[in-house]
Design a protein. Sequence first.
Length: 333
Amino acid sequence: MEVIIEKLLNDFQRNFPLEPTPFEQIAHRLNTSPERVLQALKDLQEKGAVSRVGPVFRPNTVGASTLAAISVPTDKLDGVAAIITQFPQVNHNYEREHHYNLWFVVTAENGSALDETLREIQLECGYRVLSLPLVKDYHIDLGFRMNLDHQHAIAQSSVTDKDPENYSDRELLLGNAEDLIEVIQDGLPLVVRPYQAIADRLGCTEQAVIDKLRNMIDAGIIKRLGVVVRHHELGYNANAMVVWDVPDEQVDELGHRLGHQDCVTLCYQRPRRLPDWPYNLFCMVHGRDRDDVLECIERMVDGLGLDAIPRTVLFSGKRFKQRGARYRGCLNG
């Protein structure tokens, strides 16, 4: 991979320039031309290495979402996965190695719509749906940061995450940005002046678009704005969801510690569903291959002294669906 492409993918997953000609600034930093940057991003999207260039919203600030799982007989897995994938509210759908072997993410306009979607999925599939909504996030989608030394390690972002609950004007921000969210949910247009193109669609000024995006970033509603990569296409061929049964009084402390581990890309608390799901802390580990992931988990367990904490490792299998969540109409519920 060219050094320019590597740096483009590594350096611009967040803090995307909020100015009229962002690709010109990126080109200047990469010592190339805006045309080269735009063409590279278009090529990477076509190849599937880049999902989009745009915002990643904090879970449950725009609409409502949950992680869900179903236990499906192996010979019926593909058929049930196809049923789930057809739901527009589903944006991720993966096989995992566990009794609960089909895992998917559902996003809807509000809690009632989310519950209704889960009921419809359960009715159409014929299997009970285990719903595990987010309780607290410790490290979520701060960017899939890649080193440039060809060691295939993940470098953590040093950016401090923001909690939108600390902002009293969150609802006002969202109310004023409904149309903007609908336009940008699939990414910014890859043109010289993307914010002007968005403004033309909304009938407002370019500066108004930039200001709204900056306000949502400052409020923690948008967790990051930039290049959204797809890890599998970039050489991270294995990943596992590691789930832990942590004493409730220790979950915050351990969640923060796990979230700062180099090989952990996501870390969050979700509810237990006893008796068959005792786990309340989740983290995602990505690596070049299965052994790489297992080595990362072993280092993490040894380094943090977690031998006594019950855990299960759920490796990903087939990827049935992966795209950004769609929020169209989710603010009107």
